[in-house]
Ligand binder design. Structure first.
Ligand code: GNR
Ligand code: NI
Length: 169
């Protein structure tokens, strides 16, 4: 087990498009374990491999209150999305302390592989549905602040650059 460093916006590597996982082997399972450890330690409800600078279609999620219901999504796809939308206040471990409203599909159906390579499906709404859409965006190189106005996004960018500089000083 190992904690992985989480890329901080506006790191250009967050815009990398992830590739499908070809073989779910020991390397992939180790990465999943490290991502779970990193997500729990950071108190996030989800983490995409993109955020730990691995550009493969792997996501971990746990939206349970007790933090004991991990979901592993390898090669995830949204196979259905409702026409009705919801607005949710989102945050991101790659943009800490920034929260803002984003419009998402209210309900989705997801197909993915688990850590044993088995294909499974589930429905998601509310936090789980929003989180899956947020994580799949990461795999496409998209961060939630890209849904905000250019003015807001530029303010966030400036704040994050200053913060990263202060942390490095
Ligand atoms: O921890 C997280 N919380 C969250 C809240 C609302 C919508 C999405 C999220 S995902 C985020 C963790 C993260 O950055 N995943 O990529
Ligand atoms: Ni995120």
């Amino acid at each position: 087990m190992a904690l992985l460093p989480i890329l901080q916006y506006p790191d250009a590597r967050l815009h990398t498009v992830a590739k499908p996982v070809k073989e779910i082997d020991a390397r992939v399972r180790q990465l999943v374990d490290d991502m779970l450890e990193t997500m729990y330690e950071a108190k996030g409800v989800g983490l995409a491999a993109t955020q730990v600078n691995v550009h493969e279609r792997i996501v971990v999620i746990d939206t349970s209150e007790e933090r004991n219901d991990a979901l592993v999504l390898i090669n995830p796809e949204i196979i259905q999305a409702s026409a009705d939308m919801i607005v949710w206040e989102e945050g991101c471990l790659s943009v800490p302390t920034i929260y803002d409203k984003v419009e998402r599909h209210a309900k989705i159906r997801v197909r993915a592989q688990n850590r044993n390579g088995e294909v499974y499906e589930f429905d998601g709404e509310e936090l789980l549905g929003v989180c899956v859409q947020h994580e799949l965006d990461h795999l496409l190189g998209k961060v939630f602040v890209e849904y905000l106005s250019p003015l807001k996004r530029n303010r966030i960018k400036t704040k994050m650059v200053k913060r990263t500089r202060d942390e490095e000083a």
